[in-house]
Design a protein around this ligand. Structure first.
Ligand SMILES: NC(=O)c1ccc[n+]([C@@H]2O[C@H](COP(=O)([O-])OP(=O)(O)OC[C@H]3O[C@@H](n4cnc5c(N)ncnc54)[C@H](OP(=O)(O)O)[C@@H]3O)[C@@H](O)[C@H]2O)c1
Length: 216
């Protein structure tokens, strides 16, 4: 039986990742506050694609993806249900972007360097196995991006080694090289990479880059 993925959030990231999982043979349910607005996505997705509420998608997934607006992420985890998420790997693609506009191309966050959004989410759902992933690259480059044969680095972190192994398998399918940065606290460093990634976009309309870690 195909592995089931519950995607929470129906924005561009939720839909891009949902399409990626469908392409790689998974069964996918997108969970939204208004699932009816995704009828066209379901029509395109075929029989392995389905729609539900946020708690339904959380319950459906063996693997859960959190892809909601950063300011709504805590609410979405509460809605999904910490008990439902217990023991499940949760790919956290969110960034704590504040409502205020960027300053000279530099996004503003509502978190601090001493507390990331993923740490807040982990506290809300202590038994969920959160893994920060996909937060530091644009949605157009999340699934099998073409960099002429080179694989971008995807910085990941989280407290569960088993969950990070599971996410690394997904990353191998999606054409990224995982780079494990440690426990949940490392999200304090990974989430701000989104600020850096977006600067060329806001300043020069350049959105086609990704990070690569070089090693000697
Ligand atoms: N855009 C990118 O290229 C990119 C790249 C990396 C990471 N990210 C991060 O990925 C996340 C999703 O980004 P996005 O660009 O797809 O769209 P977004 O506008 O940041 O988020 C859209 C999603 O957030 C949910 N949402 C909004 N307000 C909500 C609320 N009050 N309560 C519950 N859910 C709410 C919506 O769910 P409903 O379906 O219920 O309406 C919608 O699906 C963000 O945290 C973003 O920072 C984005």
């Amino acid at each position: 039986m195909a592995k089931r993925v519950g995607v929470i959030g129906s924005g561009v990231v939720g839909r891009v990742l949902a399409d990626g999982f469908l392409r790689h043979g998974y069964e996918v349910m997108i969970g939204s506050r208004e699932p009816e607005k995704l009828a066209e996505w379901k029509g395109r997705g075929g029989e392995r694609a389905s729609l539900g509420s946020v708690p339904e998608a959380a319950a459906f997934g063996d693997l859960v993806v959190l892809a909601v607006k950063g300011t709504a992420a805590e609410k979405a985890v509460e809605l999904a249900g910490p008990a439902t998420l217990a023991g499940k790997t949760v790919i956290d693609a969110t960034n704590p972007i504040a409502e205020a506009p960027p300053d000279h191309g530099v996004l503003r966050f509502f978190t601090t360097f001493d507390e990331s959004l993923m740490e807040r989410l982990q506290r809300l759902a202590p038994e969920a196995r959160f893994v920060k992933c996909f937060s530091c690259v644009g949605n157009a480059l999340m699934v099998n991006p073409d960099f002429g044969g080179q694989q971008p680095t995807m910085f990941i972190c989280g407290d569960s080694d088993e969950a990070k192994r599971e996410v690394s398998e997904v990353l191998a399918q999606f054409g990224h090289e995982p780079c494990d940065m440690g426990g949940v606290q490392a999200a304090r460093a990974i989430e701000p990479l989104c600020i850096l990634w977006c600067i060329p976009g806001f300043l020069r309309n350049e959105w086609t880059h990704a990070f690569k870690l070089l090693r000697q």
